[in-house]
Design a binder for this molecule. Structure first.
Ligand code: ACM
Length: 700
C-alpha cells in the first residue's frame, strides 16, 4: 500500500475483492438453471428467459418498424420509444449494410402485419424500481416487442440488435421469445470527472454504451480535490476558480440529462463533502477547517481540507447551493460523498474541538454524522433523497437514505440488516485493472447472503466505479469497456448466469459492437501506439501491448508520482486492463496440461515463437522513439519467457521430466520477467511458469 494514494485503504479494497471472489467460487451451485442461450452468441446481459424455436426472420431492405398504436395511448410520434426505434434502424443498417427503407421516420402508421412492431403502456419514469421488463417475440413473418413502459421498449431493442445473425442467405433474427426483466433496479456506472475532466462527448458515448448493456444510472462524481466541474450561477466562483475552466455549463448538464433520459438512464450527481473538497476552498477558503489560501490539488491521495461543520455559515451556503443543484438535476437522489474525511484539520482547530464538546460529539465520526444530519434536512427541503459512501452510515439517519458500499460487502449487509437500502461498489472498482471475471463473480446478493428476503429487497444493485486518477478522455473508454459489460450482466441477469467462459465468449462481440456507438476503447489503444511510434506501422508494438497489462490495484502510483497534469500517453496507457490473448494462452496451457494433446501444444508453440521473435521487431522502434525506450525490458522479457516456454513445451510433448535444478533455474528467469516495467507487466509469464513446473512433475 502506498501512502498518499486516494484510497488509503486501497490495499484493503483489493484484498477483500479477491477474498470475495474465492468465497463466491466456493459457493454451492444455484438451483435454477441459467436460460438457454447457445447459438445466441452476442446476448449480454443474458435475458431472464429465452425460448428458442425453429425459424428465422429474414432481414432485407423492406424491413419496417412501427408502433402498434392504440387509441388511448399518449405520447407523440417523436417520443422516446420512437427515437429508440430510429436509432435501432440506423444501427441495423450500419451492421448489415442494407439500405433499409426508413419511411417510418416520417410516419407512425402501422406497417401492417409484417416487420417489427412495438408497443408500450405508458412512458417510464426515471426512478428506482420502474418497470423495465419487455417481451420480444420473433417469428418468421413478424417481430413483436411489447413492454409496460417505453423504457422496456428501449431494453428490448438492444436485445433485438444483439440477436442479429447471418447465414449464407443473408442476415436474420433467430425465432425466439425473450421475456426479460432486470434482477437489480440500480445498475450504475460512476464516472469521476473531478480528477480528470471528461467533456460532453465522452459522457455521451459512455451513456450509449451503458444503454447497449442495459445499465440505468450514471453516477456523476462532479467535485473532487482536483476539480469542481459544474457551473453554479449562484456561486460562480466555485467553477470559475475551482476547475481550470474545465466544467460543465448548466446547459451542457441539461443536454446530458436529456441524452441519458432518452436512453432510459438516470443521472445522479455527487458532490463529495465534507472531505475531498479542496477545489471548493479555492473560492471559499473561509468554509474550510483551516486558514487558506487554497489551490486546486494536482496530486492524488487523501487530503486534509474539509468543510468546517462547526461554522454556521456553511449551512445557508449549502442550502442555496443544493437548491440550485436540486433544480438542475431531476433525479430523486443526490450523493453527498462523505468518504475519507482525513480529520487533521478538524483535530487542529480549537473552535471545532470546543463545538464537539458543547454538542456532545465524542469523535470525528460523530461530528460527520452531525454534519450529515444538517445536510439531510437541506436535501429533504429540496426534495432529494440522500446517498453517501459507507462512512455516512449512522442509524440516526432516516431509512430512505442509500448507502454506497465501497470498503467491503460487510457494510452493505449491516445497513440492510438495520433496514437501509444499499448499492454495492466494492468489487466493481474498474480502476483497479482487474479481470472482468473478478467483477463478474462479485454478486451484490451472493448465494450465501445472510440476509432474509425483506432485507434482500433493500439491496438495490451495484455500480461500476471509474475513478479517474489515471484516465483521460483518450483512455477512459478502454478502462471502462468492455469489462463493465460483465458487471452490467451481473446486475441484470439471473443469479444463476455465472459461467465465466461463456461470459468471455460473448464479451468479444459485445465489445466490438460498442464501436458503432463511437466508443474508443479499441481504436485509441492503436492510436496511442501510432503516436508513440510516430508511424502508422505499429504491428510489433501491438503484439507486445496485447500481452501487457497496466499494473493492478494502485501499484502504478508506486512507480512515480502521478498528478492530474501528467501525460497519460505512454505505452502502459495503450495496454488494455485485461489481455484477451493472455487469457486465451492461459486457457490453452490449462487444456494442454490436462490432456497433452499435440494440436494445443502446436498452437502454444506457434504463439510463443511469434512473441519471442517480436523482440527483434520492436528494437528499431526503441531506437527512433525515446518515449518507447522504457518498454525494452518488457519486450526482452517476453522473448526470454517464451524461449523457456518453448523449451518446456518440447520436454512435455516428449514426456521428458526435468530435474528440480532446471525447474528452479528457469523459474528464476521467469520471476525476473514478471517484474513491472514501464508501469506495466507481462500477462503470460505465470502460465509459462506452469509449463515449467509441469516439467518437474514425473510423468504418470
Ligand atoms: C472511495 O473510493 N473513496 C469511495
Amino acid at each position: 500500500m502506498i501512502p498518499g494514494i486516494r484510497n488509503f485503504r486501497s490495499g484493503f479494497v483489493f484484498a477483500l475483492t479477491i477474498l470475495g471472489l474465492a468465497v463466491v467460487l466456493g459457493a454451492p451451485a444455484l438451483a435454477s438453471a441459467p436460460p438457454r442461450i447457445e447459438g445466441l452468441v452476442n446476448l449480454m446481459p443474458v435475458p431472464a428467459s429465452v425460448t428458442v424455436v425453429d425459424g428465422r426472420f429474414r432481414v432485407d431492405e423492406s424491413l419496417a418498424v412501427a408502433r402498434a398504436i392504440t387509441p388511448e395511448l399518449k405520447g407523440g410520434p417523436k417520443d422516446r420509444a420512437f427515437r429508440a426505434a430510429a436509432r435501432f434502424m440506423s444501427r441495423l443498417a450500419g451492421r448489415t449494410g442494407l439500405f433499409l427503407k426508413q419511411d417510418f421516420l416520417a410516419s407512425q402508421a402501422s406497417s401492417g402485419d409484417g416487420g417489427i412492431r412495438y408497443a408500450f403502456g405508458r412512458p417510464g419514469r426515471l426512478i428506482p424500481n420502474e418497470d423495465e421488463s419487455y417481451v420480444l417475440k420473433i417469428e418468421p413473418a413478424a417481430i413483436v416487442l411489447d413492454a409496460k413502459t417505453d423504457i422496456g421498449v428501449l431494453r428490448g431493442f438492444e436485445t433485438l440488435l444483439q440477436l442479429l445473425s447471418a447465414d449464407e442467405k443473408g442476415y436474420y433474427f433467430p425465432c425466439v421469445t425473450v421475456a426479460d426483466k432486470p434482477r437489480f433496479t440500480w445498475r450504475g456506472l460512476l464516472i469521476d470527472v473531478g480528477r480528470h475532466f471528461q467533456p460532453v462527448d465522452v459522457i455521451k458515448r459512455n451513456l450509449d454504451a451503458m444503454a447497449a448493456v442495459k445499465m440505468n444510472v450514471l453516477h456523476f462524481h462532479l467535485t473532487e480535490d482536483q476539480g469542481f466541474r459544474v457551473e453554479s450561477k449562484v456561486f460562480p466562483k466555485l467553477h470559475e476558480l475551482g476547475s481550470d475552466g474545465m466544467y460543465f455549463t448548466q446547459a451542457q448538464i441539461r443536454d446530458l440529462i436529456d441524452y441519458a433520459s432518452d436512453r432510459g438512464i438516470r443521472v445522479m450527481p455527487e458532490f463529495d463533502i465534507p472531505g475531498h473538497s479542496t477545489s471548493w476552498f479555492v473560492a471559499y477558503p473561509e468554509f474550510s477547517s483551516a486558514p487558506g489560501p487554497y489551490a486546486i490539488e494536482r496530486k492524488f491521495g487523501v487530503f486534509g481540507p474539509a468543510f468546517n461543520p462547526a461554522d454556521e455559515r456553511i449551512y445557508p451556503f449549502f442550502d442555496a447551493f443544493f437548491k440550485e443543484m436540486a433544480g438542475l438535476f431531476p433525479d430523486p437522489y443526490l450523493h453527498i460523498g462523505g468518504d475519507e474525511v482525513e480529520g487533521h484539520q478538524w483535530d487542529a482547530n480549537p473552535a471545532i474541538q470546543s463545538f464537539k464538546k458543547t454538542h456532545g460529539l465524542a469523535d470525528n465520526n460523530a461530528l460527520q454524522a452531525y454534519f450529515n444530519g444538517r445536510l439531510l434536512k437541506i436535501l429533504t427541503k429540496h426534495g432529494k433523497k440522500m446517498v453517501g459512501w459507507d462512512e455516512i452510515f449512522q442509524t440516526s439517519l432516516p431509512k430512505d437514505i442509500v448507502i454506497r458500499s465501497w470498503r467491503g460487502p460487510k457494510s452493505l449487509i449491516e445497513a440492510a440488516q438495520k433496514g437501509y437500502q444499499g448499492i454495492l461498489s466494492n468489487g466493481y472498482y474498474i480502476d483497479l485493472c482487474q479481470p472482468a471475471e473478478a467483477h463478474y463473480l462479485n454478486d451484490p446478493l451472493p448465494a450465501d447472503s445472510p440476509l432474509d428476503d425483506s432485507q434482500k429487497a433493500l439491496i438495490l444493485g451495484g455500480e461500476a466505479t471509474m475513478w479517474a486518477e489515471l484516465v483521460t478522455p483518450e483512455t477512459i473508454d478502454s478502462r471502462i469497456w468492455p469489462r463493465t459489460a460483465a458487471i452490467a450482466e451481473r446486475l441484470w441477469s439471473p443469479a444463476s448466469v455465472r459461467n465465466v467462459d461463456d461470459m468471455y465468449r460473448r464479451l468479444g462481440p459485445v465489445s466490438a459492437a460498442l464501436e458503432e456507438l463511437g466508443l474508443l476503447h479499441l481504436k485509441n489503444l492503436d492510436m496511442l501506439l501510432r503516436r508513440l511510434a510516430a508511424s502508422p506501422r505499429i504491428k510489433p508494438l501491438k503484439v507486445l501491448a496485447e500481452v501487457v497489462e497496466p499494473l493492478k490495484g494502485y501499484d502504478r502510483h508506486g512507480q512515480t508520482e502521478y498528478t492530474s497534469l501528467s501525460p497519460f500517453t505512454r505505452f502502459v496507457d495503450a495496454c488494455a486492463p485485461e489481455s484477451m490473448p493472455a487469457r486465451k494462452f492461459k486457457t490453452g496451457v490449462d487444456k494442454f496440461l490436462a490432456g497433452r494433446d499435440p494440436l494445443t501444444a502446436e498452437e502454444l508453440r506457434t504463439i510463443m515463437m511469434t512473441w519471442r521473435e517480436n523482440h527483434a521487431l520492436v528494437l528499431p522502434f526503441l531506437a527512433s522513439s525515446p518515449a518507447l525506450r522504457e518498454i525494452e525490458p518488457l519486450s526482452l522479457n517476453l522473448a526470454r519467457a517464451c524461449e523457456i516456454g518453448i523449451e518446456a513445451l518440447g520436454h512435455l510433448t516428449k514426456g521428458e521430466g526435468q530435474p528440480a535444478s532446471w525447474v528452479q533455474e528457469k523459474g528464476a528467469v521467469l520471476a525476473e520477467a514478471s517484474k513491472p516495467a514501464a508501469h506495466a507487466e507481462l500477462a503470460v509469464v505465470k502460465a509459462i511458469g506452469r509449463l515449467v513446473e509441469a516439467c518437474g512433475v514425473p510423468a504418470k
